[in-house]
Design a protein around this ligand. Structure first.
Ligand code: DWN
Length: 412
């Protein structure tokens, strides 16, 4: 096995956490014309460092390849997420006494799903977002965006222009940066004295206990426990003073950080969650061995069920052309033979094809006309929102189901 060095502590990382075979990047949706060409595929192997316990991908491609100008994921596609962002804004404005004198920086601001709230409230803010597709959507909402990848170098440049922030927000970005040390050093550089940082990321322990192997894709370079995030932040001169467990994206953490010499007290939540992780075995290798066998079972159960549907002469399609869906389908080797189409509301996706499986993506409205017997909901994390939207179709007999962590059917 070739050597890999931990992207945080530099130690040799030999322990395989999960190996999902080779597949194209999860957001590399294909235009019709591209079907004539072969696709780049990269091994999707994840290892765990037994020194700092960072769970991380083995890298074969540059991150820039995953966050290109036509990046297809728009956070505002989900009303659940929009509501989550609004709730965060209300809480943050109170907790950090934000006003027209404050300055808020969001890293990976996507389509302005969050900063639109700060703009409306007259609180000065800036988004940092590398993908022009989402950045231009944010600009249309009047959200100021600096289009680039966040780094320590950029933090120095912006700080020299007086852009140090009272509040730094980073949602679903800490896992997406290959150089996690540079990223956290950048947070310290651009954080104003007395300022606060809130970072949300999918929670490793929920991923493992929930068998959420499909949230593993190349653009997720790290899979994070609270223990490891504290280790990384402290190594960059930051201190974690509070933490919240969230239900978003299958289970996430919201971590609160500040400068090491800040006067804030450490909340009881911090030691409480560290104790829970100790009991779970966060520094024990065998705790990381559960995911591979559960991924194989989910794959077998789904393949068996899709073949049963086919043998019974029934129709089945998918809903939600989510990145996690591409990991599931490509790992299971499912193509349009078993799933002839997937439906999605995102204009950035329908009319294209899923990477790898090459399943055509159709607009959501078409589903109501096609009335299939079964619908596999790929973004299980928002299955309730999606099933509520399709209550009439479900009442008319179409069966909606998800495959992770097991086959589950939805009634209305
Ligand atoms: O970290 C990441 C998470 C936050 O989001 C990114 N790297 C990529 C992305 O992952 P994903 O694509 O698996 O996320 P979702 O939120 O599970 O994707 C939902 C998909 O469903 C989108 O393509 C939009 C679509 N959708 C839909 O067709 N109808 C969503 C809703 C709410 C709908 O009603």
């Amino acid at each position: 096995m070739f050597d890999v060095h931990c992207r945080h502590c530099g130690a040799s990382v030999q322990n395989i956490f999960v190996d999902l075979g080779s597949m194209p990047p999860a957001n590399a949706y294909l235009e019709e014309a591209a079907l004539a060409n072969a696709e780049k595929r990269y091994p999707l192997q994840v290892r765990v460092c037994d020194k700092c316990w960072l769970v991380q991908t083995v890298d074969y491609a540059d991150a820039k390849e995953f966050f290109e100008c036509d990046y297809a994921y728009f956070s505002s596609a989900s009303s659940t997420w929009i509501a989550h962002a609004k709730d965060y804004f209300e809480k943050a404005r109170k907790r950090f006494q934000l006003n027209s004198e404050s300055f808020v920086l969001e890293i990976a601001s996507n389509d302005g799903y969050l900063l639109q709230n700060f703009v409306r409230a007259g609180i000065p803010c800036l988004g940092v977002e590398p993908t022009s597709s989402t950045a231009s959507a944010a600009a249309k909402l009047g959200v100021p965006v600096h289009q680039d990848f966040f780094s320590e170098k950029l933090a120095v440049e912006l700080s020299e222009k007086g852009k140090q922030a009272d509040l730094i927000v980073g949602n679903n970005v800490l896992a997406h940066v290959p150089n996690i040390n540079d990223f956290t050093r950048g947070l310290r550089v651009i954080l104003k004295k007395g300022g606060a940082i809130t970072i949300e990321f999918q929670y490793l322990l929920r991923l493992i206990d929930g068998s959420q192997f499909d949230t593993i894709y190349h653009e997720h370079f790290s899979y994070l426990s609270f223990f490891t995030v504290i280790t990384i932040f402290e190594s960059s001169g930051l201190r974690v003073w509070d933490v919240e467990e969230l239900s978003t994206h299958g289970g996430s953490l919201r971590v609160f950080a500040c400068h090491t010499d800040d006067s804030r007290d450490i909340s009881l939540n911090v030691n409480r969650l560290l104790a829970k992780e100790r009991d779970w075995g966060v520094q024990t290798l065998k705790s990381y061995a559960k995911l591979q066998p559960t991924a194989e079972k989910i794959k077998e159960d789904l393949l068996r069920f899709l073949n049963e549907i086919k043998m019974a002469g029934k129709s089945v399609v998918a809903y939600g052309a989510a990145a996690k869906g591409n990991t599931l389908l490509n790992y299971a080797g499912i193509t349009k033979e078993l799933l002839p189409a997937v439906y999605d509301t995102a204009a950035s996706k329908y009319g294209k094809y899923l990477p790898g499986s090459r399943i055509p993506i159709l607009p959501q409205e078409q589903l109501l006309l096609d009335k299939p017997d079964f619908v596999l909901v790929l973004p299980w994390n928002i299955a309730e929102e999606i099933c509520n939207q399709h209550s009439e179709l479900i009442k008319s007999g179409t069966k909606f189901f998800t495959a992770v962590p097991e086959l589950q059917f939805y009634e209305i």
